[in-house]
Write a protein that binds this ligand. Structure first.
Ligand code: AGP
Length: 608
């Protein structure tokens, strides 16, 4: 959701910015732009739509310089037009800014500036920041210090000033900003994927801080202007992991990376002798664990689905009552908090605004705070006292795949560790630990499935306008996830439903040829699910099912079975979701959609 890049150094800045914006495309956007500083000028180029439109303009209207900023915008205030694209400039044309986030006091600031006689050229809240900086005088860093207290809401801003052609200033409250430290050059970005190919040394800005970035150094200051000392971190991701590596799409590459991602995540939490789970890094004290009586899981989207699965696992393995909430609901529902509660924020990006707000609320209420997150150093990582890193590596496709399966694995490890801390470990634990280590092979087997299976499923679904995904128990969240995967990249309406609930409404949709996708691996409720499938079949539904290849009872009902190997019921979600990812991917490709950057969607949702 919006991407920022800023550069100051010795290279020609236009290719640096275009390259950086290209690496941020996956976040989702609908216009793009850049500002380049000359000896005494700021030149702006902006274009609606995809980055190639901006590239075309840059080709026909060449600009030169070694300092500049760029942005991909996902519209919030104002339509996705060229006038509303970033950078936005102040009335004098001296200041240019790019901005991720939303100003909540937009209306008041706008009124105030209009009363002051400022003529506004866009509908954006971003322009107000440029105008406020333009109204101040002095070095850009000092202007930022005076303007930050006037801004209410969420912002990550990078600004340049005509009179300081060798400086980029970055400041944030909410959405992330990171400075990449190079040799004779420095880069600012909203996301490390934009700068990984230039450096792995990074400095994260905290809320309320600003950084004055020049080619030869970075000054970090707090909201009062006092210098901040922070250690430069070295990232362990390498640039190759954000390339497609011969795959047609990032999503497909990431689906196929799942065995390794799962293997790495399992290994990260197993003891050296692989007989138990090691969560020493989580840092729970004995006293905290002793007080623990309840768990709340908060997340959004696909990460919320992993929480729904985790509820079954945590309650089964730890006996602790576990609630799952959409983060956007939790933050406003006045939940019952306290020091007997463990709140786990599950988020691939670590930057989802609602999840962060829910986590902050829980900390204020005295809860023990943990995060399961895929980005070390992200906002949720820094906010939580206990952290579990999923080892998925960078996930670029907007549709989450390997981040989801590694979240499930991390949450199983967490459940096993809490179980052991409560003295409950027994034979089941040993079995699960063995099966966890076999999971990558099980997923590899799914990925080796003959593509012919997917052909028929793809043909059926790509002609549909509506579909129903059904599952029961721990597989019901997988039905939700399968439906989400299909709808977000193929734009076919797909509803996930608990199969037993289907008779209470959705069955009215079922007519001749209506596709129903069932998650039908072997659990205690498979017979019940088969009964539900007979009901939809009796009304003309075409049933596709995910099941073990020897599940003859499923094969009798389903037009097509997408085969998966047998694994422990608590681990089935990890395996069962993979055919649904592939099915959705194939349908979206068949329909000619932009799989990695679906319309209207953003990779990390940094505004409420
Ligand atoms: C799923 O494919 C989406 N990318 C989306 O639902 C995502 O899971 C959600 O926005 C939460 O993101 P997070 O895990 O980064 O917090």
């Amino acid at each position: 959701m919006c991407g920022i890049i800023g550069y100051v150094g010795t290279d020609e800045v236009v290719p640096v910015i275009l390259d950086g914006l290209g690496r941020l495309e996956y976040r989702g956007y609908d216009s793009a732009g850049m500002a380049v500083l000359g000896a005494d000028s700021i030149r702006i180029l902006r274009a609606e739509g995809k980055l190639r439109n901006l590239e075309q303009r840059a080709y026909h209207e060449p600009m030169h310089g070694t300092t500049g900023i760029g942005h991909t915008r996902w519209a919030t205030h104002g339509a996705p037009t060229e006038a509303n694209a970033h950078p936005q400039v102040d009335a004098s044309g001296d200041i240019a800014v790019v901005h991720n986030g939303i100003l909540e006091n937009y209306a008041g600031l706008r009124r105030e500036l209009l009363q002051d006689g400022v003529e506004l050229a866009s509908d954006t809240d971003t322009e107000l920041i440029a105008q406020l900086l333009g109204r101040e005088s002095g070095p850009l860093g000092e202007r930022v210090l005076r303007v930050m207290p006037l801004l209410v809401g969420q912002y990550a801003v990078v600004a340049v000033c005509r009179s300081e052609p060798d400086t980029v200033v970055a400041f944030r409250q909410g959405p992330p900003l990171v400075v990449g430290i190079g040799e004779g050059e420095n880069t600012v970005a909203s996301d490390v994927t934009a700068l990984l190919h230039r450096t792995r040394k990074v400095l994260y800005l905290e809320n309320g801080e600003f950084a004055v970035v020049r080619a030869d150094g970075v000054e970090l200051r707090d909201a009062a202007g006092a210098p901040v000392e922070r250690e430069v971190e070295t990232l362990d991701w390498d640039a190759g992991r954000v390339e497609k590596g011969g795959y047609r799409h990032f999503m497909l590459k990431e689906i196929f990376e799942q065995p390794d991602a799962i293997r790495n995540t399992v290994r990260a939490y197993l003891d050296a002798d692989r007989s138990g789970v090691n969560l020493d890094g989580l840092g729970f004290s004995t006293e905290q664990l002793g007080k623990l009586r309840r768990i709340h899981l908060v997340a959004c989207g696909t990460s919320w689905h992993s929480c729904l699965v985790a509820k079954f696992i945590l309650e089964r393995l730890t006996g602790l009552p576990t609630e799952v909430d959409y983060a956007s609901e939790y933050r406003y529902r006045d939940p019952l908090l306290g020091d007997d509660l463990l709140l786990i924020g599950v988020t691939q990006s670590g930057e989802t605004a609602d999840t962060l707000a829910a986590m902050e609320l829980a900390v204020r209420g005295g809860a023990l705070l943990a995060t399961v997150c895929n980005v070390r150093g992200s906002s949720s990582w820094r906010l939580a006292t206990s952290r579990m890193l999923t080892q998925a590596g960078p996930e670029i496709g907007v549709a989450s795949t390997k981040a989801f399966t590694t979240q499930l694995v991390a949450l199983v490890a967490l459940a096993l560790a809490l179980r052991a801390s409560r003295g409950l470990a027994d034979e089941l634990d040993r079995k699960l630990i063995t099966d966890l280590q076999r999971l990558p092979m099980a997923v590899e087997e799914v990925l080796r499935t003959d593509r012919a299976f997917y052909r028929l499923g793809t043909d059926i679904l790509s002609e549909a306008t509506d579909t129903l995904y059904l599952g029961r128990g721990i597989l019901y969240p997988i039905a939700l996830e399968g439906a989400l995967k299909l709808k977000e990249i193929s734009y076919i309406h797909a509803e996930g439903y608990p199969a037993g609930e289907m008779k209470h409404g959705p069955i009215a949709l079922v007519t001749d040829g209506f596709p129903v996708v069932a998650v039908a691996t072997a659990t205690a409720t498979r017979d019940k699910l088969l009964g539900n499938l007979m009901e939809v079949k009796a009304r003309g539904a075409t049933v596709l099912a995910v099941a073990e290849s020897d599940a003859d009872d499923v094969a009798e009902v389903a037009e097509l079975v997408l085969p998966v190997p047998a694994v422990h019921p608590l681990l089935q979600p990890v395996v069962a979701v993979v055919p649904l990812q592939l099915l959705a991917y194939n349908v979206a490709v068949e329909l000619g959609h932009d799989v990695d950057q679906p319309r209207n969607l953003a990779k990390s949702v940094t505004v409420e």
